[in-house]
Design a protein around this ligand. Sequence first.
Ligand SMILES: Nc1ncnc2c1ncn2[C@@H]1O[C@H](COP(=O)(O)OP(=O)(O)O)[C@@H](O)[C@H]1O
Ligand SMILES: [Mg+2]
Length: 119
Amino acid sequence: MFDCKIYLIRFHKKGDLQLDKPAIKFENVTYRYPGAEKPAIENVSLEIKIGETVLLTGPSGAGKSTLCYMLNGIVPHSFEGELQGDIIVNGVNTKERTIGELAFISGMLFQCYIKDKRP
Ligand SMILES: Nc1ncnc2c1ncn2[C@@H]1O[C@H](COP(=O)(O)OP(=O)(O)O)[C@@H](O)[C@H]1O
Ligand SMILES: [Mg+2]
């Protein structure tokens, strides 16, 4: 029914939570995978506040997963491609941190495709 992903913002130390800042902010984000003709994400701006629960829906290929990869730096640090705009998570620009550093503030839990074999 929906591309099931749960977004977790985790703070590893007391005092790390930037209460005065949005949890997630995209500023005019455009991203193209290496060699792709069209951008997977085009001019997206959004703001998600601390404590908000957001359901991201759209058809296959709409860019949902790609958007998630931006929350913890997989884009642009692992998938290179072309990124324009800024992705700010807990006040941190993801371009300025490694994936390892971002893992302390942002995590992703993927859906599990394994069928439950219990009777
Ligand atoms: N690793 C990749 N390399 C090149 N293009 C990709 C890659 N992953 C996804 N895409 C393309 O980016 C677009 C968005 O894909 P994706 O974020 O997976 O969409 P969704 O999760 O909404 O189904 C699609 O056109 C898809 O083909
Ligand atoms: Mg997907």
